[in-house]
Design a binder for this molecule. Structure first.
Ligand SMILES: [Zn+2]
Ligand SMILES: [Zn+2]
Ligand SMILES: [Zn+2]
Ligand SMILES: [Zn+2]
Length: 218
């Protein structure tokens, strides 16, 4: 898939921001000062391959990698309960019981979901930060705007991806009309995830789409 420069929504104020400027946006517009603050790590998660899918998250220092693993499965990955692993560097696995607060600032972890048809992510610990205390461990601060894919047959917006065409390096994307006449059976929906078109991934547990400024994100 071609590399794309992507923009994302700030879930705190609704602005659309380039990925490269996102961290600066957070520090200049959304630094939290106040009582009862919760100390967090600021994380950037992106797909290793294209880096077109990305998330900015904060999580309390006392949260564990297991919680991040569960969240990544929910928003981006879960198809049939595959294994997942965090690595500190080549071959050095990090336990899921590890607290985020012990990871050095600036470190990038590699993360693998499914050792067969693997989705590779990288997770960078950007800094510590503060937020208003809240019960949900993982807060979404930013997420790439859904990428546009075009039907290879008619040029309309694509809604489906054909795994067989994809494997054969044929144009894999189809609109709702053209997919009905398509000869192959392994059809998956276009979704805002780096696991799109892989295994049986349909994005059903992703409840984190940006719904606009007034949908209660804080
Ligand atoms: Zn903002
Ligand atoms: Zn699967
Ligand atoms: Zn079409
Ligand atoms: Zn096909």
């Amino acid at each position: 898939m071609a590399k794309q420069v992507t923009k994302g929504h700030c879930y705190l104020c609704g602005s659309i921001i380039a990925k490269s400027g996102f961290r600066k946006h957070l520090s200049s517009k959304h630094s939290f000062v106040g009582k009862n603050a919760q100390e967090c790590v600021l994380l950037r998660v992106e797909d290793t391959d294209t880096k077109a899918y990305w998330l900015y998250l904060d999580m309390p220092l006392t949260s564990r990698l297991k919680t991040l693993d569960n969240f990544l499965r929910e928003i981006w990955l879960e198809c049939c309960g595959h294994e997942s692993t965090f690595f500190l560097s080549e071959g050095h696995e990090v336990e899921k019981s590890t607290e985020l607060g012990v990871l050095p600032i600036g470190v990038t972890l590699a993360y693998e979901y499914d050792s067969g048809c693997t989705t590779d992510l990288q997770i960078t610990v950007l800094s510590t930060s503060f937020r208003r205390r809240q019960n949900v461990a993982v807060r979404v601060l930013g997420r790439n705007v859904p990428l546009n894919f075009i039907c290879g047959t008619c040029g309309e917006e694509a809604k489906y991806i054909c795994c067989e065409c994809n494997a054969m390096e044929q144009p894999p994307f189809f609109c709702s009309k053209c997919i009905e006449k398509h000869e192959h059976d392994c059809i998956l929906p276009v979704v805002n995830s780096p696991r799109m078109g892989v295994c049986n991934y349909r994005g059903e547990s992703d409840k984190y789409a940006f719904l606009g400024n007034a949908n209660g994100h804080r």
